[in-house]
Design a protein. Sequence first.
Length: 78
Amino acid sequence: MLSAVARPALRSQTLVRARGFHASRVAKSADHDYHHLPFAWPENKISFGVKVSAYLITGFAIPFVAAAYQLKKAGGSD
């Protein structure tokens, strides 16, 4: 058993240990602008829009083109 003198000492050590964590705010820098994109925004926005649209449309169309090809190859779609 712990003596009556040792108990308050243990309690104070646990309080100090529990309050020992210290966190500070994230350092904000006003020297430069923050960019969300991993690349610089292009100057020619129309060209960029056409390229992004072509990329997204191609990616979306691939499964449909593949399904049509497989159906035509199997003779299921005339």
